[in-house]
Design a protein around this ligand. Structure first.
Ligand code: NAD
Length: 435
């Protein structure tokens, strides 16, 4: 079943910072800085389609439960739709649509030949057994089979899904198509066509963005203090790399709170969320009296007087309520959407430089692109090659955005959107509107 996208909704009645509302506002703002046909901007406010499917699942007790799944496909003018599949109780058509728009900008700012997609199932993955998750994923893959494929729409892991979920999705799709088609998803285990370096890629790109931002503002990474919120795939990998490059990581946290030492924390001594969930909490409870390290709340961590703040946990943590108290000079968005639209304006007025998510954490989708290339060519790259090519891609994207910052005096976010929108608009104008 295909539903129409929420195109005519009353946005003023929606949540102030829903992904869709924010994505549309950011598009409108970027359009004021680019000479672009208003018809193109209007087209980009709406997804191409939002697919809604019912996914029946036989539970372990023999009963049948029906879940709702979605796949939003925003725009494919530059290549197949690309984006994650999330399993979370709050997955909705509107959320998928907003997140798919962000993927369009993210792929365009990195100059990847992809458009934006996002999907998922409204389900609590913790309430499912492993067998149930596998059956649910296989049935979801079958329901989406006509809509996805390596040249149409390429899925990836997101909240509540992982490399194993992608393996089941790829297997179900391949079985039904009658041939092995690894390029239908990225983020797979390397043994079935996944790429080395995919897992650490968003953290690596976040670290690269932080390093380049620090240098741009005339400092060296080795003279920099950094606070990182969230110690998962993005936060832990970014913190470890920045520490390796000489930065002093003064604070890290997980969902329960964090630890702080003005002289620096040995972040390699703390397992990441993936290695041991909530290990920062354990580290904090094991602190002895007299230790230099102290506990800190997530709210206080955000307001620490550091050179660089890296929110790398969840969205909407820097809001109009705390934007005035952010004491860092530079914010590097490791998480998706950590800064609300209102907070962004306050930070801009206060001269705090925000390196946006669509640039900073784009290492994930960039290595997904490498994985897709490896799948099509049936040739695996070494970790060294992935790391080198990611570095090159990040530096090229950084230069493209920096040029807009310098030439037009834009914020980093506006500059990134200008780069993305210009590329998409040019492709749309060149291809034209059919019929
Ligand atoms: P993860 O599940 O690996 O880790 C999340 C970390 O944040 C954990 O340490 C958790 O304890 C902590 N956390 C959870 N809720 C929190 C809260 N309310 N306050 C403070 N800390 C909290 O997640 P991840 O993959 O590192 O993703 C983090 C962010 O980065 C998300 O916004 C995600 O969308 C974004 N992102 C992830 C990827 C990726 O491929 N992993 C790519 C791009 C962007």
């Amino acid at each position: 079943m295909t539903t129409q996208p929420p195109a005519t909704e009353d946005e003023s009645a929606a949540e102030p910072d829903s992904a869709l509302v924010t994505a549309r506002r950011q598009l409108e703002r970027a359009a004021t800085h680019v000479d672009v046909d208003p018809g193109v901007v209007e087209r980009l406010k709406h997804p191409t389609r939002v697919q809604q499917v019912s996914v029946p699942l036989e539970r372990e007790d023999g009963s049948v439960e029906v879940f709702t799944g979605y796949r939003a496909q925003h725009d494919d003018v530059r290549g197949p739709y690309k984006g994650g599949l999330r399993y979370h109780p709050e997955v909705s058509a509107e959320e998928c649509t907003g997140l798919s728009m962000w993927m369009t900008w993210k792929c365009a700012v990195m100059d990847l030949p992809f458009g934006g997609g996002k999907g998922g199932i409204a389900v609590d993955p913790k309430a499912l057994t492993e067998d149930e998750t596998e059956r649910l994923t296989r049935r979801f893959a079958e329901e989406l089979r006509d809509a996805v494929g390596p040249t149409k729409d390429v899925a990836a892991p997101d909240m509540g899904t992982d490399a194993q979920t992608m393996a089941w999705f790829m297997d179900a799709y391949s079985m039904q198509q009658g041939e092995t088609i690894p390029g239908v998803v990225t983020g797979k285990p390397p043994v079935i066509g996944g790429s080395y370096g995919r897992e650490e890629a968003p953290g690596r790109s976040t670290a690269i963005a932080a390093r380049e931002a620090v240098r741009y503002y005339g400092r060296e990474v080795s003279d920099t203090t950094i606070a990182v919120q969230g110690f998962g795939s993005v936060g832990a990998n970014a913190a470890r790399l920045l520490e390796e490059w000489g930065a002093t990581i003064v604070a890290v946290s997980d969902v329960n709170g964090g630890v702080y030492d003005p002289d620096g924390i040995d972040v390699s001594a703390i397992p990441s969320h993936d290695e041991e969930p909530e290990a920062v909490t354990r580290f904090a409870t094991e602190l002895d009296e007299g230790d230099d390290v102290s506990r800190i709340s997530n709210d206080d961590l955000l307001e620490l007087d550091v050179d660089v703040l890296v929110p790398a946990a969840v969205g909407n943590v820097i809001t109009a309520d705390n934007a005035d108290a952010i004491a860092a000079d530079i914010v590097v968005e490791g998480a998706n959407g950590p800064t609300t639209f209102a907070a962004d304006t306050i930070l801009e007025e206060r001269g705090v430089h925000v390196i946006p998510d669509i640039l900073a954490n784009a290492g994930g989708v960039t290595v997904s692109y490498f994985e897709w290339l490896q799948d099509i060519n049936r040739r695996q790259w070494s970790l060294e090659r992935v790391t080198e090519e990611l570095e090159d891609h990040m530096l090229e994207a950084w230069e493209d955005v920096r040029t807009e910052v310098d030439d037009k005096g834009l914020t980093w976010r506006d500059a990134a959107y200008v780069v993305a929108l210009s590329r998409i608009a040019e492709a749309k104008e060149t291809r034209g509107l059919w019929p």
